[in-house]
Write a protein that binds this ligand. Structure first.
Ligand SMILES: NC(=O)c1ccc[n+]([C@@H]2O[C@H](COP(=O)([O-])OP(=O)(O)OC[C@H]3O[C@@H](n4cnc5c(N)ncnc54)[C@H](O)[C@@H]3O)[C@@H](O)[C@H]2O)c1
Length: 310
């Protein structure tokens, strides 16, 4: 199949591209930057908000994965308009370009942060009602808006979608600013680890290769017009992350507490049963193993950079 991946040069997109290529698909990365990790993969530098450029880029494409989006919630907090432009207008632009090209489906990167705006008892399913007054973070409201745009395009123009609500992903190639990466890098440097709030916030981190596997499974027609939560299997507290990292790195560094960030996702208990039913998907990588994979990747990178510099 001919598959386009917006944001295919980014952290999650790069793993999705790797697995689509491994599954034998003809992959085109649509991203403002080149996919350095996979120079052999076709790439087109496109701004997803530019609907004419997107329309040209999606010619002949069967399926588009739309991952280009604001991913750093702290940057989103400081740039609400830019976040709306990229996450809402960008998603509408991809949907419109897909409609013009009769693309079979748009598979969209949403987030479990949207559950922060839902009401209902835990574990929350994909049909948990949204409370607009609880939109909270601009990142959350723009991802919810992106989901709504896709629902509208399905209803009005029969453009099919799959909405994937990612848990908090981690693993090789993640941004240095993500909490697990920060902890690993600080622990390796012998610096203390800082925790926002009491450190007891629960997250179901999902290993990025598990997440990417779900994207390939989502090509099945069974995933058409489905909303699926892809969360990690086991809840982990921020404090447990710090302790796991300290143990794996093997350096006894201190843990320090700082005030919580405004609008931070408080963590909800989310059901992944629908993804199991529709895709046969479960996150299978144990947290400690995923952190170890990241640590190995990070130290290999650092050693390669040091070798190049010498
Ligand atoms: N990382 C997370 O914690 C997380 C969690 C849930 C959902 N998501 C969502 O998953 C998606 C991918 O996240 P990620 O962590 O891989 O992000 P990332 O920042 O690593 O990658 C995003 C990619 O999109 C590209 N991009 C940004 N704006 C663009 C534009 N206007 N046109 C074309 N390309 C553009 C960037 O160059 C980058 O390669 C995002 O939509 C994000 O909101 C991320």
């Amino acid at each position: 199949m001919k598959i386009a991946v917006t944001g295919g040069s980014g952290f999650i997109g790069s793993h999705v591209v790797d697995q689509l290529v491994a599954a034998g698909h003809d992959v085109l990365v649509l991203d403002g930057r080149r996919p350095d990790y996979a120079p052999h993969v076709a790439h087109r530098s496109v701004d997803v908000v530019d609907v004419d450029a997107m329309t040209a880029a999606l010619r002949g494409v069967d399926i588009v994965y739309h991952l280009a989006g604001a991913s750093d919630v702290d940057k989103a907090l400081n740039d609400p308009l830019g976040t709306v432009r990229l996450n809402v207008q960008g998603t509408a632009s991809v949907a419109e370009a897909a409609r013009r090209n009769n693309v079979r489906r748009v598979i969209f990167a949403s987030t479990v942060w949207v559950y922060g705006a839902t009401v209902g008892d835990s574990p929350l399913g994909e049909t948990a009602p949204v409370s607009l007054a609880d939109a909270g973070h601009i990142y959350t409201s723009t991802k919810l808006a992106g989901e709504m745009v896709l629902h509208s395009f399905a209803e009005l123009y029969d453009l099919r979608f799959t909405i994937l609500r990612y848990g908090i992903p981690y693993g090789p190639r993640m941004r240095d600013a993500l909490v697990i990466a920060k902890f690993v890098q600080k622990a390796l440097a012998g610096q203390r680890l800082t925790i926002a709030g009491d450190g007891l916030q629960v997250r179901n981190f999902v290993y990025v290769e598990d997440l990417a596997r779900a994207h390939v499974l989502a090509l099945d027609d069974a995933a058409q017009n489905e909303v699926l939560a892809l969360d990690g299997a086991v809840p982990v507290t921020i404090r447990e992350i710090a302790e796991t990292v300290i143990e794996l790195v093997g350096t006894p560094v201190a843990i320090e507490r700082v005030p919580a960030r405004p609008g931070d996702y408080a963590g909800r208990v989310i059901s992944t049963e629908r993804a199991a039913e529709v895709l046969g998907w479960h996150a299978t990588t144990p947290f400690r193993e995923g952190v170890r994979q990241y640590l190995d990747w990070y130290t290999d990178q650092r050693n390669a950079e040091a070798e190049q510099a010498s």
